[in-house]
Design a protein around this ligand. Structure first.
Ligand code: NI
Length: 398
């Protein structure tokens, strides 16, 4: 084996870095909300065409599927980025801050896109070294359930793909670092609405009505016991109602209440049990009060479980690029990420890319109006993604 197999690749990443930064700044200035990423989609398509990538058909309003064909035939590896932003008014004061008022790349998806486009440029330059294809998945709607991953998959995004990699920036991890975790890293997500159908009436004549608000109060209260009494306490889970709506006036008994909730878990068993237990509890209470229940499931993502051998490939490549550095383990959280939908079907992993740098105030949490990512992470991300793709082909051919 050569001493530093990626010298040429690193040089290319450095050479293109200025361009990667300007791509990132452009995207940062024009953020768009989930499933409304029209300008972003047009921009990505244009960038992909410039690189000579093949645009694959996609029956969706936003998002891009592109492919790089190597010099020789072989397997396909996919690289995924999300492309949407959040309804947040940016307060960073950066010279390239959002020009779409009320919308901000506060989760770093602009960084993800720049990394993937940067890697695509490097890889198209190194096409001769590729025996197979690289599929680039620019996925809309990560922030907004039911998410863009499933429709992308339905459009063939991971057809014939043998491995997928993805990334997420991490403002709690120092720039220059990455983190990895084998197995379950993020939670399953079940977003749901409970609609309690009572019967309206006069506030002074409750016995002639079915009070949907009083019933809803009991439902919320009882569901608090689902996690504490019916889920194995060894495995984390959470149920939260973030919104409640119902009623029209002080002296009118409400006929309907809608409870908007989300249920999270880190184990497959709890993931299976939560919807059943929520429905059983809510329906039982509604029945006891003479009300009726409808449960709508808005989104279902599985737990995000990274494939260990893909992590090993990432770690090996990272070490070959930057020397032996400590690679911390990504912390488990009950947050969700629809990258899990790809991993449900094919092996793969999502790595965390450190973007923290206290000197430039790049240490605010995701989704903060003050969220800043250190752009020095772009070089790390681009070279890791590009080199991992090259290494994937090398290992799959030997
Ligand atoms: Ni995100």
């Amino acid at each position: 084996m050569q001493k530093s197999p990626h010298t040429q690749l690193l040089k290319l990443c450095q050479k293109y870095n200025k361009q990667t930064v300007s791509i990132r700044r452009h995207l940062h200035q024009y953020p768009e909300l989930s499933f409304q990423e029209y300008q972003t989609t047009a921009y990505i398509r244009q960038q992909c065409k410039k690189l000579g990538l093949h645009l694959l058909p996609l029956n969706m309003e936003t998002g891009v599927l592109a492919e790089l064909h190597g010099a020789k035939p072989g397997p396909t590896i996919a690289v995924r980025t999300d492309i949407d932003a959040l309804p947040i008014i940016e307060q960073t004061g950066l010279p390239f801050k959002s020009r779409n008022h009320g919308c901000m790349h506060a989760c770093g998806h602009d960084m993800h896109m720049a990394v993937v486009l940067g890697a695509a440029k490097v890889l198209s330059t190194l096409r001769e070294q590729i025996s197979g294809s690289v599929r680039f998945i620019f996925q809309p709607g990560e922030e907004s359930p039911p998410g863009g991953a499933r429709p992308m998959i339905a459009n063939g995004a991971i057809e014939n793909v043998s491995m997928i990699i993805g990334l997420h920036v991490d403002p709690h991890l120092a720039v220059g670092k990455i983190s990895l975790r084998d197995g379950v890293t993020m939670a399953s997500v079940m977003d749901f609405d409970l609609i309690i159908h009572g019967q309206g009436g006069h506030a002074a004549r409750p016995h002639t009505a079915v009070d949907a608000i009083a019933t809803a109060a009991e439902v919320i209260d009882s569901i608090q016991k689902v996690v504490s009494r019916e889920i194995d306490p060894i495995t984390p889970a959470a149920i939260t109602f973030g919104k409640i709506a119902g009623g029209v006036a002080r002296n009118v008994i409400a006929d309907n209440v809608i409870l908007t909730g989300t249920a999270r878990a880190l184990s497959k068993q709890a993931t299976r049990k939560l919807p059943v237990l929520i429905k059983r509890t809510a329906a039982g209470i509604c029945k006891a009060r003479g009300a009726r229940l409808t449960m709508n499931r808005i989104a279902d993502y599985p737990v995000l479980s990274n494939t260990p051998r893909v992590n090993r490939l990432l770690a090996r490549t990272f070490t070959s690029l930057f020397g032996k550095r400590n690679i911390p383990q990504t912390e488990q959280v009950l947050g969700g990420e629809d990258f899990s939908c790809y991993l449900e079907n094919i092996p793969g992993a999502m790595f965390r890319l450190g973007v923290m740098n206290k000197k430039i105030k790049a240490d605010k949490p995701w989704h903060s109006p003050y969220f800043i990512a250190d752009e020095k992470a772009l070089l790390v991300g681009v070279s890791l993604v590009a080199a991992t793709v090259i290494d994937f082909f090398e290992f799959s051919s030997t």
